[in-house]
Design a protein around this ligand. Structure first.
Ligand SMILES: [Zn+2]
Length: 442
């Protein structure tokens, strides 16, 4: 029989090993179902690790061959309480090995880091979750409430063949779940020598990918022509790309800024909010993008020959919309684009927002503080999107909490989808201890 200390150490060792092994399974999500092939192997690996210690595992495909997902439930002490979902995605974005110092699918453990695509997004959290789930089963730990572990496909392409499909077609898998934790939060930002704030994601901007289309009269490029689709579209795209949407401090962003002021004394001047947010260091990259809606043109298509004026021109724009701003954003959009431009949503995933309070938040804070005394937790808004977009539509409160204690100078957010993605081994060991405490007290 192992002592608790032994099993704590074992879980931390396992989390590091599992993360490395998961990285070695190339689960690149190209965005094209035909060329996205690795999720099946990763799901089989995860299912095997859970079954090995005695879990009843549900493995299923989400809408297409090979888009594999794994669910397992651990019964808690109080079945009357809603279950907590702990979810992670198994896919990763592509990586070009020629740009990397180590092969992106090597899972190398060297220089104090686990290296490879997925190291922070998010095979680290998958490894930590698996390690804690395995420990609980081996040690006979009964958590206070049911825990549902979910390992999902297709997050990196928006989840249509992953979380969104499961929510639409298999809501039974989420039965009884009232709250959820997943990416992107729980990592530390160093505010002073020995003062760290751990971010907890409580909101996400909406994702709205939009196609613009302008129709005109086709004609010969050599002649006078006052109804050119390319000219009209280009003007509309330029107007939109140069437009700055109004500064809006949502409740969630206000909660983050207030916490920062309290912890650091830094004031966030309303007249120069972007400037004062920049003082937060690398994390300003995320926070700055949560101060207003954005609309970035990303694709243009028109024409087929130099001397033919085409009758149609199209563009794609990546819009990110703050919670509560949807209607105002669309009104502003229509004003900028004008009557000649048709628009349609290619992808439209509304924003997500909850509040930074309640026993679950207290449990996260307590678990962090037990491992990092004096640390604080702070709520924040993610400028991107996660599987929480789909999961929250079931009425589930979603948080981003994948705990990592990071070195002060480590530019964590730059590693998401970045070159030389890596996670400190110590951070994964720390995160495993925090997750373990959290899930015992949730
Ligand atoms: Zn991710």
């Amino acid at each position: 029989m192992n002592s608790p200390t032994d099993t704590t150490a074992l879980a931390q060792d396992e989390a590091v090993q599992l993360t490395s092994e998961l990285i070695r399974i190339d689960t690149t999500n190209t965005g094209e179902p035909d060329t996205t092939v690795g999720e099946q192997a990763a799901a089989e690996y995860v299912a095997g690790k859970l079954a090995e210690v005695g879990y009843d595992v549900t493995s299923l495909e989400s809408g297409a061959k090979g888009r594999a997902n794994v669910f397992a439930r651990l019964e808690g002490a109080d079945p009357a309480r809603g279950a907590l979902l702990v979810h992670g995605h198994l896919d990763v974005v592509p990586a070009d090995p020629t740009e990397w110092s180590v092969h992106p699918f090597s899972g190398a453990i060297q220089d104090g880091y686990i290296w490879g695509r997925g190291a922070v997004d998010m095979k680290d959290m998958v490894g930590m979750t698996l390690a804690v789930a395995r420990r609980f089963k081996r040690d006979g730990v009964v958590p206070p409430r049911d825990l549902v572990f979910a390992f999902l496909a297709d997050e990196e392409a928006g989840g249509a063949l992953g979380a969104q499909w499961l929510v639409d077609h298999r809501p039974d898998l989420f039965a009884g779940v009232t709250e959820a934790v997943g990416e992107v939060g729980g990592f530390s930002i160093t505010l002073a020598d020995d003062l760290r704030a751990y971010t907890i994601e409580i909101a996400e901007k909406g994702i709205a990918w939009m196609r613009l289309r302008v129709r005109g009269r086709a004609g010969h490029g050599s002649m006078l022509h006052d109804d050119n689709a390319v000219t009209k579209l280009a003007a509309a795209v330029a107007r939109l790309g140069q437009h700055q949407f109004p500064l809006v401090v949502t409740d969630s962003v206000r909660a983050f800024l207030d916490s920062m002021t309290e912890l650091t004394g830094l004031e966030f001047d309303e007249d120069d909010l972007a400037g004062s947010v920049a003082k937060l260091g690398p994390f300003a990259r995320v926070v700055g993008a949560t101060l207003r809606d954005t609309a970035n043109p990303t694709m243009l298509t028109a024409g087929y020959k130099a001397n033919v004026i085409p009758s149609v021109a199209e563009a794609v724009v990546d819009c990110r919309v703050l919670p509560g701003r949807e209607a105002a954003f669309e009104r502003e959009l229509d004003e900028i684009l004008g009557p000649d431009v048709e628009r349609e949503w290619i992808t439209h995933l509304p924003s997500v927002e909850t509040t930074f309070d309640g026993p679950l938040v207290d449990a996260m804070t307590a678990a962090v503080q037990a491992e990092d005394p004096g640390a604080r937790t702070v709520p924040y808004v993610l400028s991107g999107g996660t599987d929480a977009k789909a999961i929250h539509t079931l009425g589930i409160r979603c948080f981003g909490f994948a705990p990592l204690r990071l070195p002060p100078d480590f530019d964590f957010t730059a590693l998401f989808h970045g070159v030389d993605e890596r996670v400190p081994v110590d951070a994964v060991r720390f995160g495993t201890r925090v997750l373990d405490r959290f899930l015992r007290s949730c």
